[in-house]
Design a protein around this ligand. Structure first.
Ligand SMILES: Nc1nc2c(c(=O)[nH]1)N[C@H]1C(S)=C(S)[C@@H](COP(=O)(O)OP(=O)(O)OC[C@H]3O[C@@H](n4cnc5c(=O)[nH]c(N)nc54)[C@H](O)[C@@H]3O)O[C@H]1N2
Ligand SMILES: Nc1nc2c(c(=O)[nH]1)N[C@H]1C(S)=C(S)[C@@H](COP(=O)(O)OP(=O)(O)OC[C@H]3O[C@@H](n4cnc5c(=O)[nH]c(N)nc54)[C@H](O)[C@@H]3O)O[C@H]1N2
Ligand code: SF4
Ligand SMILES: [Mo]
Length: 687
């Protein structure tokens, strides 16, 4: 038996794994023992073996035979699929220009190839899923410290007090984060969790704050208030801060007593937390947020979280957020994107003063023709009809397109709405381009093919390079992954063989990081900015007054909160043979008092309604572990495709409850505000 080191693809974390292989088939899988996370793996990682064998995924290229969305298909050869796509793209390019083609992907470390493909096509319109995931935290980080979010390393392991706000790190997993938190806890690190429901992370916490949904900005302003009023801040840190006096004046009215009325958390607990954090400073970590497409004020909430870290001196400190080396300081992979020039001209999202990247707005251009028409869409590992809100409204926008192509591993509503489906090999049976990681120990890493693809599926490099060849884009028409890897490694001093022993190549011998004293921050002031000068220059106040969130006013109306569990990834594993058995459906968490008033008991069927009507039926989970204003459901359920027999008809899709959601953004950060939606809950059978 041979052991092959590769990279898990079951979620965006991409943990290093080791696969035991016999006759080109996987016999076992575990974490890569050479990596810091060791041989541990999460349940989804193990279920990668079941995904490889699962026949309920697209097994060959498919062309639709009925109307769009009718879900009837004809299997075709790769040749025919490529020819159809190439001629479709050429037609759109000729009539509307190359910029009328939009691509989107799931993000991550292997996307240089996708950018290369977009450049080769001549379109600036390539988007990741950020608008429904990390966009607000990225923008907040840029506005406070001027750096990309991943330059501030989350150093759980060395921390003495971790605050998880809107972050369920022990269920919404990243294995290395769990390892870091566990190690820190073993060393006496405190854990504070702020959530609207009692999660596994909350169960492990020293302090659990069950906050009113959407009031975290109030909490953060009150913590800033205490840190300043009681002079608990790190005086040294002030020299790196632009606008301390302004912050002091701004947070003065936001006392803990005031915040108690907003958040529901007693003032004394807020004061105690601020004091405890100051005691542990600078080795404290107020987690800024990951899934941050939540509220209309999430961007400013996260800014306040960064400012708390700044006052505590944790930005640039071990056990807080040490600053990683910049890509310029280390050996870089040669960008594939440079094979073709990046197209000039604006993206189709009409982002105005904001950073472009608002994918949902690019689909508006399909309807309005502004700033120019959008006519073709290629989804690369991106299930937009589940991950953008309000699928009905999105379908109406997609109907304006001449061509939709879905490159996907699993069935999804996006694939079912495509004209052509290109089946992607799951991660264990595909290679990826080489990846690079920053962090404290920068490295290059390699996903190699561990097992043979079971069906007529291909790797994304094979698909995009094959299409490039068909379109005459010869510089990108690679036919061997080794040629791509060699191209990327040119000038780095690293060779492909260097990956054989462990699957990765370290770029530094020990931990490497910088403090604030070692860097000049690329903000206009060169400092941490209380009130972002960039945002101010465009006429926007990045430190606005607190506005209380809307509250549900009727007995059967609740704010809808989506989220994750350890056994599934978003919408993509719901039909996995192993995971569907363990977690076949979602349920609706609601507070016991409010359920009682509606005559609902635990396990009852309930209907979830929006102003447009019923979205579906699921079982109630009646609990005191959720804020009374909220209901919670796991994202990723409510699948409607009969070919997914295990997931079909089970549970409710939260995105379908978000009517009008394509037009609700955080105005300053640009992330979609997915948690600004209310639903009506009725006991099933009621009128
Ligand atoms: N309503 C609502 N919307 C949300 C969210 C929510 O909670 N509620 N969450 C948001 C967040 S945080 C995110 S990140 C996005 C996620 O939304 P997406 O970025 O669309 O991610 P997935 O739903 O995981 O779908 C990704 C696609 O990747 C493909 N894939 C490729 N390779 C592999 C592989 O090796 N294994 C597996 N299993 N799949 C593979 C799958 O076929 C799948 O179609 O959704 C966001 N949108
Ligand atoms: N197992 C698993 N792990 C994953 C993923 C997965 O799909 N499955 N997805 C990965 C991805 S793409 C992402 S973005 C991350 C997301 O990681 P997280 O952001 O941690 O995940 P969520 O479950 O969306 O949200 C965390 C918590 O925020 C709480 N919350 C909601 N509203 C509020 C509020 O107003 N205030 C406060 N204080 N809390 C609130 C929710 O109840 C939830 O428990 O997880 C990653 N890890
Ligand atoms: S957290 Fe789990 S699913 Fe995600 S990459 Fe790691 S092992 Fe795979
Ligand atoms: Mo995400």
């Amino acid at each position: 038996m041979e052991t092959r080191y590769t990279i898990c693809g079951m979620c965006g974390t991409r943990c290093p794994v080791a696969v035991g292989v016999e006759d080109d088939e996987a016999v076992w899988i575990q974490g890569n023992p050479h990596a810091p996370t060791g041989s541990a793996l999460c349940p989804r990682g193990i279920a990668a073996l079941a995904l490889e064998k699962d026949p309920e995924r697209p097994q060959s290229p498919l062309v639709r035979t009925g109307a769009r969305g009718e879900n009837t298909w004809r299997a075709v050869s790769w040749d025919e699929a490529f020819e159809r796509i190439a001629s479709g793209l050429r037609g759109v390019q000729a009539q509307y220009g190359p910029q009328s083609i939009v691509l989107s992907h799931r993000g991550g470390p292997f996307t240089d190839l996708y950018k290369a493909f977009a450049n080769a096509l001549g379109t600036p319109n390539i988007y990741n899923h950020g608008v429904t995931c990390t966009r607000n935290v990225e923008q907040a980080c840029a506005s406070v410290v001027g750096l990309k979010r991943d330059r501030l390393v989350i150093d759980y392991k060395e921390s003495r007090h971790i605050v998880l706000q809107s972050r369920n790190a022990l269920e919404a997993l990243n294995l290395s984060e769990v390892a870091g938190i566990t190690a820190a806890r073993a060393n006496g690190c405190k854990l504070t969790v702020m959530d609207v429901r009692a999660t596994v992370s909350a169960a492990k916490a020293d302090n659990f704050f069950l906050v009113r949904p959407g009031t975290d900005y109030a909490m953060n302003l009150a913590v800033l208030n205490v840190l300043i009023a009681e002079k608990l801040y790190d005086r040294e840190a002030l020299r790196f801060l632009d606008g301390f006096e302004e912050l002091e004046a701004f947070v003065r009215p936001y006392t803990p007593q005031w915040a108690e009325g907003e958040t529901g958390i007693e003032a004394a607990r807020i004061v105690k937390l601020a004091r405890e954090l100051a005691e542990a400073a600078p080795r404290v970590l107020w987690y800024p947020g990951w899934f941050t497409a939540r509220y209309a004020d999430t961007f400013v909430t996260i800014r306040a979280a960064y400012l708390i870290n700044a006052l505590l001196g944790s930005i640039g400190a071990r056990g807080g957020m040490p600053i990683s080396l910049s890509p310029k300081d280390i050996t870089r992979l040669k960008p594939l994107a440079d094979l073709y020039p990046a197209p000039a001209g604006p993206m189709a999202d009409s982002a105005g003063w904001r950073q472009p990247g608002l994918l949902h707005r690019a689909f508006d251009a399909a309807v309005t023709g502004e700033p120019y028409p959008v006519r073709a869409y290629i989804s690369i590992r991106h299930n937009i009809l589940a991950s953008l809100p309000d699928p009905e409204a999105l379908r109406r926008r997609l109907d304006k397109l001449d061509l939709i192509v879905a490159i996907t591993t699993t069935w999804s509503p996006t694939a079912a709405y495509a004209d052509i489906v290109l089946p992607l090999s799951p991660a264990l049976s595909r290679e990826s381009i080489l990846g690079a990681k920053l962090g404290l120990k920068p490295q290059f890493f390699r996903r190699q093919r561990a097992v043979r693809p079971r069906f007529d599926t291909r790797a994304d490099w094979e698909i995009l390079c094959g299409l490039a060849a068909r379109l005459g884009l010869d510089k990108l028409a690679f036919t061997r992954i080794e040629d791509i890897w060699n191209y990327q490694l040119e000038g780095t001093g690293v060779s492909i063989g260097d990956f054989d022993a462990t699957g990765f190549v370290p770029l530094a011998s020990g931990p490497q990081w910088k403090t604030l004293a070692d860097v000049t921050l690329p903000t206009p002031s060169g400092k941490i900015e209380v009130r972002s000068r960039v945002w101010s220059a465009s006429g926007h106040d990045a430190l606005p007054p607190y506005v209380a969130p809307e509250r549900p006013t009727k007995p059967d109306v609740f704010r809808l909160i989506p989220g994750r569990m350890a056994l599934h990834t978003q919408s993509s594993t719901t039909n996995n043979p192993l995971l569907a058995e363990l977690a076949p459906t979602n349920s609706l968490w609601l507070h016991a008092d409010r359920a009682g008033a509606l005559g609902i008991v635990d396990g009852d069927w309930v209907d979830v309604l929006t102003p447009s009507g019923s979205v579906g039926r699921l079982r109630a989970k009646v609990t005191t572990g959720i804020h009374p204003e909220a209901v919670f459901m796991l994202h990723g359920f409510g699948h409607q495709l009969p070919q997914e027999t295990r997931a079909f008809g089970k549970g409710v899709a939260d995105e379908a409850c978000m009517v009008g959601g394509l037009d609700r953004e955080d105005p300053l950060g640009g992330g979609l505000a997915l948690q600004e939606h209310f639903v009506t809950v009725r006991k099933a059978g009621d009128a």
